[in-house]
Design a protein around this ligand. Sequence first.
Ligand code: SAM
Length: 289
Amino acid sequence: MAQSKNLLSPAGLREWWYGQLHQWIPITKYRPYERDAGPHVTPKSQVAAGGGNGRDAPIPPGTLAGGSLPAEEYLSSGEEQVRLMAAELEKAGLEFRDGMRVVEFGCSSGRMTRWLHLLPARAEVYGCDIFAEAVRWARLNLNPSYRFLTTTSNPHLPFEDRSAQLIYAGSVFSHIYELAEAWLLELHRILADDGMAYLTIREKHEFSLFDGKMKDSMIAQWLREDPEARRAADSDFASLELGGFRNPNVFWDLETFREMVQPHLEVRGVVHEAYWGQTAVILARASRS
Ligand SMILES: C[S@@+](CC[C@H](N)C(=O)[O-])C[C@H]1O[C@@H](n2cnc3c(N)ncnc32)[C@H](O)[C@@H]1O
């Protein structure tokens, strides 16, 4: 068992801060409005106004966008990642057709979703997340034909079996640890026979970046300051969770991840640095599943 850290060390302070930050999440995360704040109104005019695509939609406040990306990077990163995803999926053989169902698992306030009009087909788009306030923001500010829904951290999604031609998740499996297999089986359940999933994961490739072009990232700094985390990262791990249960950062050995998805899903492509340092894994139903 990990020893408790000196509270005044950088690692100790970080642990204390995560504790403060996340202790209320089980109570608040499904609620799109402040607790005990009185009646909560969404005016009809706000719903009717709808929103836009790409640069035509407003930028969400940082609290709903998972951090403090500068506005230009918020926009350009989403655009680049969606363009790359579409190109890699076409290369892997996904057929883009009008009316195809696209499900973004863990969409937050739609940093990537807002660029889905760039896909080579007019898709039926669903975005879901456990972060109700971000989901509500996306519903009110992005393309009104897209549907955004709040889901839960239990491995279930409200879609029919084999109904989604494309499922994608940017940096969601990097925060899911003990439920990873169950979530993969749930995504497998809703994946269409001719569909593909595009999931970004943290894997060992990213560690090579932490000593180089990503040396200023939060995790790179953490590894420099925390010898216990450094030793774990340098070990021959199958999977690694840094950060504790409140905010896990999950890393995989790519071969282990591939073995975990079999026999239900097979890997059709691997794209390093598809999502900042994360690797995208392209999956399709295994032939007999
Ligand atoms: C790092 S953020 C990425 C957000 C978005 N995909 C993007 O690329 O901007 C991870 C998101 O996954 C969501 N998430 C984590 N576990 C989830 C789960 N079990 N179901 C749905 N969303 C989840 C979090 O609420 C958060 O919004």
